[in-house]
Design a protein around this ligand. Structure first.
Ligand code: PLP
Ligand code: COI
Length: 341
């Protein structure tokens, strides 16, 4: 398939309709065999469970063109597993791991012309999702579902790319203890919409959520986990039962220890400690590794020594190594790279 005529270098993080999406439907207790389709709209009954009770979840991963011209995805097995965990928590029928991997492979291959070229700065974002489709009015799970996945070429999630962002400590909570913060439920993001609109109005790029019970520990942002670098170059990432187990974060911990020889710790992080760190960043599929230059806590500013112009040196090394692995410049650990073609 010929490459699309897209201005890859100037893409933002938005939706562009591509040629194919993958759809499978669940009815009478079983998933159908699924297929690619060109139909990008969905018609559902007005009382579908997804509309009434937000029974929907999603995943996010990317396809990359490597230095030697292959199209690959990064650790898609972990997205498949996380979607199964999410589905179980939301009383939805899990979409099997092999089915998920097969769907992603077919979907990306069919849309190969939309995979940004190597070195363009853009990637192909893959959005699998799963939702309850039949009418439900009493509060209970649906009995029919759709698994769907589409792709869209994207640029940086934050508009200034690698420039450090400013975030604020948020007064709204994202996830309750024993709630759904650890799974990728659509409802977690609905919860965060007012908070992000308000943050933008006040001139901030993102929200830092604290733990809802005590408001003393760092959790995550609306769409990424945190990494912090201490003054003696240890990589620290918050541990909590109510944040999303980021695949990027898990990969960064491995990269820090095994590629860069750094100490890496996953542990509860008190907000009180944050002012003493040397660098701060957000990590996720969309965010990749985005540096945070400043955190504002009700007027009190924490300015990291790495400043507002560029990534701190350790964050930069983590970014370079992770993206080097994703784009085939650096050898990946066994099983991390799934070759599509
Ligand atoms: N935290 C939240 C709330 C997210 O939405 C995401 C994005 O998927 C992440 C963290 C990062 O997870 P991952 O690295 O698996 O994309
Ligand atoms: C991702 O990084 O894939 C996410 O789902 C985050 C979302 C805010 C775009």
């Amino acid at each position: 398939m010929e490459k699309q005529n897209i201005d890859w270098a100037n893409l933002g993080f938005g939706y562009i309709k591509t040629d194919y999406r993958y759809v499978s439907n669940y009815k009478n207790g079983a998933w159908d065999e699924g297929a690619l389709t060109t139909e990008d709209t969905i018609t559902l009954n007005e009382c579908a469970c997804v509309f009434q009770y937000a029974q929907t979840c999603f995943e996010g991963l990317k396809a990359y063109t490597t230095e030697d011209g292959h199209i690959v995805t990064f650790r898609p097995d972990l997205n498949a597993e996380r979607m199964i965990n999410t589905a179980k928590r939301l009383e939805m029928p899990p979409f099997a791991k092999e089915r998920f991997l097969d769907a992603i492979t077919k979907l990306v291959a069919a849309n190969a012309g939309f995979v940004p070229p190597y070195g363009s700065g853009a990637t192909l974002y893959i959005r699998p999702f799963l939702f309850g489709t039949n009418p439900v009015i009493g509060v209970k799970p649906a009995s029919e579902y759709q698994f769907r996945a589409f792709v869209t070429p994207v640029g940086p999630y934050f508009k200034d790319g690698a420039k450090p962002i400013t975030i604020r400590v948020c007064d709204f909570d994202r996830a309750a203890p024993h709630g759904t913060g650890h799974v990728k439920a659509g409802l977690n993001y609905a919860m965060s919409l007012h908070a992000i609109v308000d943050a933008h109005k006040q001139g901030f790029d993102e929200n830092m959520y604290l733990d809802a019970a005590t408001r003393t520990y760092v959790e995550e942002t609306g769409g990424a986990n945190f990494i912090f670098i201490t003054k003696d170059n240890t990589v620290i990432t918050p541990k909590s039962d109510s944040i999303l187990p980021s695949i990027t974060r898990r990969s960064i911990l491995h990269v820090a220890e095994h590629y860069l020889g750094l100490k890496a710790e996953e542990r509860p992080v008190l907000f009180e400690e944050v002012k003493d760190f040397a660098e701060c960043g957000l990590c996720g599929t969309a965010a990749v590794v985005s540096p945070v230059g400043k955190i504002v806590d009700h007027g009190k500013e924490i300015c990291f020594p790495s400043g507002m112009e560029k990534m701190g040196p350790v964050t930069q090394k983590l970014y370079d190594t992770l993206t080097g692995i994703q784009m085939g410049r650096i050898e990946a650990p066994e099983g991390w790279i799934h070759v599509i073609k």
